[in-house]
Design a protein around this ligand. Structure first.
Ligand SMILES: *[C@@H]1O[C@H](CO)[C@@H](O)[C@H](O)[C@H]1NC(C)=O
Ligand SMILES: *[C@@H]1O[C@H](CO)[C@@H](O)[C@H](O)[C@H]1NC(C)=O
Ligand SMILES: *[C@@H]1O[C@H](CO)[C@@H](O)[C@H](O)[C@H]1NC(C)=O
Ligand SMILES: *[C@@H]1O[C@H](CO)[C@@H](O)[C@H](O)[C@H]1NC(C)=O
Ligand SMILES: *[C@@H]1O[C@H](CO)[C@@H](O)[C@H](O)[C@H]1NC(C)=O
Ligand SMILES: *[C@@H]1O[C@H](CO)[C@@H](O)[C@H](O)[C@H]1NC(C)=O
Ligand SMILES: *[C@@H]1O[C@H](CO)[C@@H](O)[C@H](O)[C@H]1NC(C)=O
Ligand SMILES: *[C@@H]1O[C@H](CO)[C@@H](O)[C@H](O)[C@H]1NC(C)=O
Ligand SMILES: *[C@@H]1O[C@H](CO)[C@@H](O)[C@H](O)[C@H]1NC(C)=O
Ligand SMILES: *[C@@H]1O[C@H](CO)[C@@H](O)[C@H](O)[C@H]1NC(C)=O
Ligand SMILES: *[C@@H]1O[C@H](CO)[C@@H](O)[C@H](O)[C@H]1NC(C)=O
Ligand SMILES: [Ca+2]
Length: 582
């Protein structure tokens, strides 16, 4: 019997090794699941496209290593009964001899639901079919915010739920069956199913863990844009601090504050390498008032040199900036770092860790008055204008009359309106856990767009919800069996941080996850690599939360330590709300 099976296996391998013979529209058509495989879903067989792609080189990406790959590039569309909206899905399918019984779902960023050609190669190189979807928004180039408002001014609710979680779930269910049929995988063989994404893609990953638990064996989630009602409005907090304190710092002044913070806090982690690996120790030990009076200078420029966060404005011409760091500048920076509190002093949200750049706070120069003034961060402006106030606009025109309490109100409104679609903070992952699923969740510790503490808070919410009554240490230990959180020293938002080039980045997450799921190799630390700067190529391991990195012996001996005071800096009491904020 075994003999017969191995002969069959050999024969089918020999038959299937050629990508060019496998990658045809007719073979893809024949591999589509039957209509009704998902209730109400009908495939448009005429829409199938398939073309073989050879020797595609991908390099310089942070979420997967450099590789040259071959795959069958497949797209097709389907409709839901009763809706005229067709949904386009794309799958990169490895050559049959490179297929390793894996499926990888991928997501998008900002208001895009997919980042196909940027994310899909990260699965193909590990023998996974990689899928993405246009969400039914009209094309792969159409974003959620383009179709969110209907012409009569009401919300396109089906699109909200598609963006929220439904589209990626469907793409995965369809993709897994397509994969079985295309490679002729027997019903008794497992196709391992994964999800990988960062930022909005990270939120989409959580949407799947919370609502499509049975579809995935492993989720790789970076800096997720969860707690959406708070997260999106929070982009306005820095501007509101400037307006409230009536001081609009020149960008160079904030840059100087960031530089001085990094210089002061870098050594606190035991190794002076330009990387703030312990922003918690920075918060506990460094007072930004010591920067007051330091001179700064930035040459005139035609475009801004700060990082490229979500909602970044492209600033035009800036004059040379020559001055000294002011009391007002530091007050603005400190108030931003403190995070949003209402007028009664109750915490409503959190902010970026010390050392992160102040992208949301960027001001604009008025060449007629020669003064710096308010420039509303686009991500927050669009959220309030379009998604809360339902104007067909991608920005707010002013913050006139807006107070901290107004911003808290916007957070409550967003949370309530989108509680069951975009908020994405359901902390009960019982089904995912019982299904045997594993989660690697990571977040740059110098993220300038989604507060690092946002991930820590959700981790704690899951721990408290899943293991009530257990002590901190024993609930943490139980959670770490299947869900591990890693903060990435110095990393920016889903990206390397040019201000701290020697920081590591976890580039091999798919490999690490597949080893965990398929071979039970637990990532006690997370594999990472320094991808730029003087130590480029060096390997570094990341500590699993709540352990924190610390170097002894002059930076030579790396340890992951338990430091209660540091852990406590990531505990938040969101007492501005009567409802729990998970
Ligand atoms: C892909 O690269 C390999 C190795 O360099 C080469 O042998 C092959 O001809 C290339 N295939 C195509 C289609 O370019
Ligand atoms: C994949 O197919 C789609 C649809 O035909 C096409 O737009 C896209 O350019 C193709 N990508 C590659 C890499 O061939
Ligand atoms: C707005 O337009 C949509 C789509 O045409 C329609 O389904 C909905 O009933 C309309 N709502 C109102 C309040 O007119
Ligand atoms: C494999 O599973 C599919 C779908 O569940 C089913 O239709 C098919 O009959 C099964 N094939 C065998 C050989 O059991
Ligand atoms: C901040 O440090 C960077 C190097 O990391 C340097 O290029 C930049 O000029 C500094 N900015 C200021 C305002 O000193
Ligand atoms: C920093 O020092 C100033 C002046 O001593 C003090 O008023 C302020 O509370 C300190 N800030 C923090 C965050 O400790
Ligand atoms: C900046 O201003 C100071 C004090 O006014 C002056 O001494 C210095 O030369 C200026 N630097 C540049 C580069 O213009
Ligand atoms: C949003 O509008 C404000 C006020 O008009 C402006 O300052 C800001 O630059 C705009 N932001 C974007 C991203 O367009
Ligand atoms: C929790 O575990 C850490 C080590 O991981 C240990 O240092 C700490 O004392 C423990 N706390 C309690 C209350 O047992
Ligand atoms: C860990 O990263 C190094 C590069 O830093 C890489 O060579 C190695 O293959 C990775 N290990 C795993 C399990 O992916
Ligand atoms: C590294 O530091 C840890 C914690 O301080 C210590 O226990 C260990 O012995 C050190 N290892 C070496 C090789 O010095
Ligand atoms: Ca350091």
């Amino acid at each position: 019997m075994a003999h017969v099976l191995s002969l069959l296996a050999l024969a089918s391998t020999a038959f299937a090794t050629s990508l060019s013979s496998a990658c045809t529209t007719s073979s893809v058509r024949e591999s589509l699941p039957e209509d009704g495989y998902i209730l109400g879903v009908t495939f448009d067989k005429e829409s199938v496209t398939a073309n073989a792609v050879y020797n595609a080189s991908h390099s310089g990406e942070v979420f997967f290593p450099d590789a040259t790959i071959n795959y069958c590039n497949v797209t097709f569309s389907y409709t839901h009964t009763g809706s005229d909206q067709s949904v386009i899905v794309g799958y990169y399918m490895p050559a049959p001899d490179a297929f390793e019984n894996r499926f990888l779902a991928t997501g998008g960023g900002a208001y895009a639901i997919q980042s196909g050609s940027m994310s899909a190669p990260g699965g193909v190189m590990y023998g996974a079919v990689s899928g993405f979807t246009d969400g039914g928004f009209g094309s792969m180039d159409t974003d959620f915010d383009d179709i969110f408002l209907l012409s009569n001014g009401t919300i396109n609710w089906p699109s909200v739920y598609m963006f929220g979680y439904e589209a990626i779930k469907e793409m995965t269910i369809i993709g897994k069956q397509l994969t079985r049929n295309f490679y002729d995988v027997s019903n008794s063989s497992k196709v391992y199913s994964y999800y990988q994404g960062c930022s909005e893609g990270g939120r989409e990953g959580w949407s799947q863990g919370q609502r499509a638990a049975e579809e995935y064996d492993g989720l790789i989630i970076g800096a997720p844009a969860i707690r959406y009602g708070q997260q999106q409005a929070n982009h306005l907090y820095s501007n509101l601090v400037e307006k409230t304190l009536d001081y609009y710092p020149p960008p160079c002044e904030l840059e100087k504050i960031v530089n001085e913070t990094i210089a002061a806090c870098d050594p606190l982690d035991g190794r002076t390498d330009g990387v703030v690996a312990r922003s918690d120790l920075c918060q506990l030990n460094f007072n930004m008032t010591s920067i007051i009076g330091k001179p700064y200078y930035c040459a005139a420029s035609t475009s801004t040199s700060l990082g490229l966060g979500f909602g970044k404005r492209a600033s035009d011409t800036e004059p040379a900036q020559n001055g000294t760091v002011s009391t007002e500048g530091v007050a603005v920076a400190q108030k931003i770092v403190d995070g949003l509190h209402d007028s009664k002093g109750r915490r409503a949200y959190i902010s970026y860790q010390m050392g992160a750049s102040f992208d949301d706070a960027e001001t604009s120069y008025d060449s007629t008055t020669g003064e710096w003034g308010l420039s509303i961060a686009g991500a927050g402006g669009e959220w309030v204008a379009r998604f809360l106030e339902l104007y067909d606009e991608d920005n707010l025109s002013s913050l006139e009359g807006v107070t901290y309490d107004t911003l808290v109100g916007w957070m409550k409104q967003g949370m309530t309106r989108y509680m069951d679609s975009l908020q994405t903070t359901i902390p009960d992952l019982t089904e995912f856990y019982e299904n045997g699923g594993k989660i690697i969740h990571f977040h740059g510790e110098q993220d300038q767009s989604i507060p690092t503490g946002s991930s820590v808070h959700y981790y704690n919410s899951v721990r408290d919800t899943m293991y009530p009554g257990k002590s901190y240490n024993s609930s943490t230990k139980a959670l770490q069996d299947w869900y591990r959180l890693f903060l990435v020293p110095g990393a920016a938002h889903c990206a390397l941080n040019d201000d701290e080039p020697n920081g590591p980045f976890p580039q091999t997450n798919f490999k690490v996850m597949s080893l965990w799921v398929e071979q039970g190799i637990v990532p006690h630390t997370l594999n990472a690599t320094i991808l730029q700067g003087e130590y480029e190529g060096d390997n570094e391991q990341l500590c699993a939360w709540p352990l924190r990195p610390y170097w002894t012996d002059n930076g030579k001996n790396f340890t992951c330590e338990y430091d209660q005071a540091s852990i406590d800096t990531f505990n938040y009491n969101f007492d501005a709300y009567k409802l729990p904020l998970y």
